[in-house]
Design a protein around this ligand. Sequence first.
Ligand code: BES
Ligand code: ZN
Length: 441
Amino acid sequence: MNELIEFLRIPSISASPEHAPDVRRASEFVHDLLARAGFEHAAIIEDSGHPLVYADWLHAPGKPTLLAYGHYDVQPPDPLDEWISPPLEPVLRDGNIYARGAADDKGQLYILMEAARRVLRERGRLPLNLRFLIEGEEESGGEHIEEHVRAHPDELACDAALICDTAMFAPDLPTLTIGLRGIVYGEIHVEGARTDLHSGDYGGAAPNALEAAAQIVAALKDKDGHIRIPGLYDRVLKPSQAEIETWNRLPFNPDRYRETEIGSIDFAGEPEFPLFERLWARPTLEVHGIRGGFTGEGSKTVIPARSVTKISLRLVPDQRPAEVVAQLERAIAAAAPRGVKATFKLLSSAPASMVDPLNPFVQKAARAMQKVFGNETVYVRCGGSIPIVGLFAEKLHAPSVMMGFGLPDDNIHAPNEKMSIANIERGIDSLIAYFDLVAQP
Ligand code: BES
Ligand code: ZN
């Protein structure tokens, strides 16, 4: 626990350039832990962007090779005043550890490293071959790892990837994630007048860049959550009836979910689609922030000359990121009012990915978790994204086994992020059981 606390204290916020030295420090923490545990070829790989950490133990000839993936970077912790205890001062409270990154993903990455280290310490060897590839820019959409996987597929050769960066569907319910949504994330830049202008002097003649942003955003999605981007839904695949039936058997109370997890008076989203389909198998569009104009105390009569809107779409099978970007660009141009120039600046993208639940590496993961948690493992999809999973499939021909030990109320990306201490222990036990099962024929 002390070691994990030390890890969580490092503010490895990949989105903030001023934290680059801290991100680097977190990569050293991961590197040193793996090297001390007995992993070989431990290296901090710095080509561009934040470093990758690699290490391996390949002394089980004839046994499968797993590629353990995780990320040591975290989301920015703000709004700081909503945290009960400060995000970078981890504390134990009610059986949980609270800190930014406790569940996403430092705590879960720690589970993965500790499981391997424990086996090496206790047995002097692993029952299988294990590589680690850990990145430091997952949360900011960095593409350094993508370049690395494309350039060095042979050095990452594996039978399956192993990822602890997702959540269980409910406490005590072992869960495997077999689908992730993809993402297109970017900014809409609007330029109007040459500078901010007096709204009395120029109102009626000068375009307003902030209003233009609002008009564009309003045109992209209707009140019922339908995205109004022509062609966007063309490639969307309906989930199979069999998969929908597995979702319908999950223990779930929509009102409780809405009241306790979401905390809103009603649901948003496409009313004609069931909730899990909306969350896991339908594309969505969200605005994350709009910058521009005057937001201080009191009044200032100004026509904003520029605005920046952060926006993302979640993608589902079989949508193609490049095609979605082109569709979005056309929709932005069509929605922009007269007198402004509106452009889309792409920051990151990744396609959706799916894993076959019948794959033997997935099946063994289900058995390992079942053994530790005492309940039958369920298969779900996740609305979030882990961008590299698609490339593991494409370049390494490796299915990703997504064994997550987070809980639905862990507040990832939000104030008061936490990780259950019991799940840290059960996670370690599940992984050790998994290593042994994978090693068996
Ligand atoms: N750990 C999450 C993915 C996740 C989200 C798993 C929700 C389970 C439930 C991951 O670190 C993440 O947040 N990814 C980003 C990627 C994006 C910035 C490219 C995401 O989904 O927003
Ligand atoms: Zn994560």
